[in-house]
Design a protein. Structure first.
Length: 258
């Protein structure tokens, strides 16, 4: 399952390898730890400290990274490529639409890929912004279809999945945000879109049309930025976890003129 998050993750400081700043090391650790709970991180740091104490030395970055990696099973080769393309698709479209910074990507969780992104507050709440959000959320699925020709269930299946979040946004655009194609001035909230779709099939058609259009827009962006998309997916496949600096180095190199 792919989860897009907009909160930062921090780690307990470790001894810093020569030539690296504390900030750089913490970003690398935070990216590597995406998908772990606070309890997981606390346990990993505790075990790393114990290991260092037994060795009569200070705790190091490598101790914590080894603890994180040891907490996860290896990802099969083909699945690792699928997750890499999926998360690279999200990142490329997020950047292309100027939604905000891409803080990090991770396919080393054993439970799917994760992306850590931020959003420019000045651009939120307009119709364009919501359509951009739909496009970004559908970009992982578009990436799989574009490269692998087969789509997995990775974009759906849970209430916090890409499809669930995109469906909720499209539903709200139609019923509560004033952007609907039918009776846009009516505020008609509901806790469960699925229940409403059973009673209002025409609404279901309109919501699905929004998602379908967003999927097409994402595919167009990925085709236009194909070289950047493939470069980022390859780098993510190799590294398995990339912080903001590594991601932006590839995305910025692939920026297209207006």
């Amino acid at each position: 399952m792919t989860a897009t998050q907009n909160t930062n993750t921090t780690e307990t400081p470790a001894a810093v390898p020569q030539g690296n700043s504390v900030d750089v090391i913490l970003r690398r650790l935070a990216t590597r730890a995406m998908g772990l709970t606070g309890a997981d991180i606390e346990r990993i740091v505790r075990e790393a400290r114990l290991k260092a104490r037994r060795g009569k030395r200070e705790i190091s970055y490598e101790d914590i990274e080894e603890g994180i990696r040891g907490n996860r099973p290896p990802v099969p080769y083909d699945l690792r490529w699928r997750w890499a393309f999926h998360e690279a698709g999200h990142a490329v479209v997020h950047h292309a639409l100027d939604l905000g910074p891409v803080r990090g990507l991770n396919i080393d969780t054993g439970q799917g890929g994760y992306n850590l992104v931020g959003f420019h507050l000045w651009a939120t709440d307009t119709r364009d912004w919501y359509e951009h959000m739909l496009t970004m959320l559908m970009a992982g699925r578009a990436a799989e279809a574009l490269v692998l020709k087969r789509i997995s269930s990775g974009s759906g299946g849970t209430d916090d999945s890409d499809l669930a979040r995109a469906t909720r946004i499209a539903f709200d655009m139609e019923r509560t945000l004033g952007f609907g194609t039918e009776h846009p001035l009516l505020y008609r909230p509901h806790r469960d879109p699925g229940e409403v779709f059973g009673r209002e099939p025409e609404l279901m058609v309109r919501v699905h049309a929004r998602l379908d259009a967003a999927l097409d827009r994402a595919a167009v962006i990925l085709r236009r930025r194909r070289s950047t998309f493939h470069a980022l997916a390859k780098a993510l496949f190799d590294a398995q976890a990339m912080d903001e600096t590594a991601v932006m180095h590839i995305l910025a190199d692939g920026d297209l003129p207006p």
